[in-house]
Design a protein around this ligand. Sequence first.
Ligand code: ATP
Length: 314
Amino acid sequence: WGPDDEGEQRRRGASGPVRVRVPAKVNLHLGVGPLRGDGYHELNTVYHAISIHDELTARRGDTLTLTMEGEGTGELALDDTNLVIRAAHALAAHAGVPAHARLHLRKQIPLAGGLAGGSADAAAALVACDALWGTGLSRDELARIAADLGSDVPFLIHGGTALGTGRGETVSPVLARPTTWHWVVAIADGGLSTPAAYRELDRLREAGVAGEPLGSTDALFAALRQRDPRVLAETLGNDLQDAALAMRPSLAETLKAGEAAGALAGIVSGSGPTCVFLATDAADAERIATELASADVCRTARTAHGPVPGARIA
Ligand code: ATP
């Protein structure tokens, strides 16, 4: 394909299947501000995309259909409540094309795990259908449609490491020299509801028993530039962690076990119950994951690295 052919291809859409890979996210910093009039909290967060992926394949079809396999899919409906279907409809409405596609989702990101799996799938659907239908939107245009689908969806279009403000939907990339960070991801049995975690935090704050809210992200940004995991470890934080621990006290054991296994730091990811641990390097991450998996403090532990790109055609 030359550049002109590529442009033509984008306008006409793809005749063969389009396969998109999309990562999970963790929040290196999740600062939760006051509750706004619209029911959302004002956030100051640093998103980081890690190498646990869902995959969405889009093929031409006469209607819109979805099939699924993998993590948690037995608990997910295939109707308009599924974020993949909502994303396909949103793009079709925006572009003025019929929402016709055969979509197949392979999930590895655990459901309701605080890793934004549903948001990732919505981002994948936007990128896949844009290519299939030849609607040719820019990443920024896709991110604008994404913001109406969920606060984390725009970040998962972009990926990398990025600052999220507003309710998390306003995303600006963090410019740092390329570094790979190594993580251990402890996946729990069952999920936690994100709205319930925010309600729990409000309750803890009203009762005056919530921890001090996180301060600015300056130290974290400096640590990302310094490229030393020991320094980064000191700057990770999550205002939702107390709420997740109140809802799932056993997570304290998971965090303790990760640190006992030699992790530089451990935090609850987003609204939990997944816990993520920072390791010195890839070998250290493997060792910590093996130790955690045998400590009976999580369903499974796996390694991951970041940052990785957002939703991309594979
Ligand atoms: P976040 O970190 O963004 O708060 P999460 O990782 O805790 O999210 P998700 O896996 O994104 O949670 O799922 C949250 C809810 O979204 C699910 O319980 C489910 O009801 C709904 N949902 C709709 N479509 C999907 C999808 N394709 N995959 C996962 N969840 C979906």
